[in-house]
Ligand binder design. Sequence first.
Ligand code: SF4
Length: 290
Amino acid sequence: MPKEIRLAKFAGFCYGVKRAVETVKKLKLENPQREICVLGELIHNTQVIEELDKMGIKSIHTLPKKGSGVCVVRSHGESPEVFKQIEQAGFEVFDLTCPDVKKVQQQAIELAKENYYLVIVGKAQHPEVIAIKANALQYSSNVIVADTIEQIQPYANGLKTHKKIGVVVQTTQMISTLNEIVTYLTSLAKELRIANTICQSTSMRQSEAIELAKDSDLMIVVGSKKSANTTHLAEILKDITKTIHIETEKELDKYEELIEASQKISITAGASTPDNVIEKVIKKINGKGE
Ligand code: SF4
């Protein structure tokens, strides 16, 4: 019997990533003489980074003391301090922070200003979370980051005494993590204000993939292992059906037997995975399925 291979509708670039990649390319094409760099990697995808590099758009990982031309802030956003440093170094700032990330920063600022003890549900080391925290810290020192209850427990007394707790979420978090943390915080707070800031693109991608997984023998998640939304996607799906997380079609060789044994295979991909990478995966699986 031929295999059934399905591709998720919400696989690949989200609008924030698409906007960042298209805008930065357009900027270079319209200003070929200008030096353009991106602080950090614009997206978690080696091929796209290499393509930008060839166009003369360099990724820089530390800010030089002196610079010239344009410095792009990627979709994760940056702290107000970093914005200042970019300007002080002599660059013109080109801000490509995703509008959804800006909304989280704004909600975090509002909660901090209104004296809520702010809990940011997310990974402390993720650039998006670092920037959200830095924005909130301008208005209050009562700000913590956690993606497990254990990480909040050391602050339980302070949170209980403060009574007012506010919550925002990293845009690519899993709803189950938010739910667990909110349930725990309910036992500490007199007043709890929650801004569910998981972005629509992430929640649609996750919900669709969950439905596909329920009716698949194998889920294939395509995308960088450094990408938060991609790894979360694979984590969620592993609890539902057999799931593999690959960066490119080359990794499929490792799973040849598993693919052979699976009748219904569904494919989804993270927000920073280009269409051509997904297409190569489908092609290769189709080859195996023949
Ligand atoms: S995952 Fe969501 S928040 Fe992040 S860049 Fe894409 S649309 Fe924006």
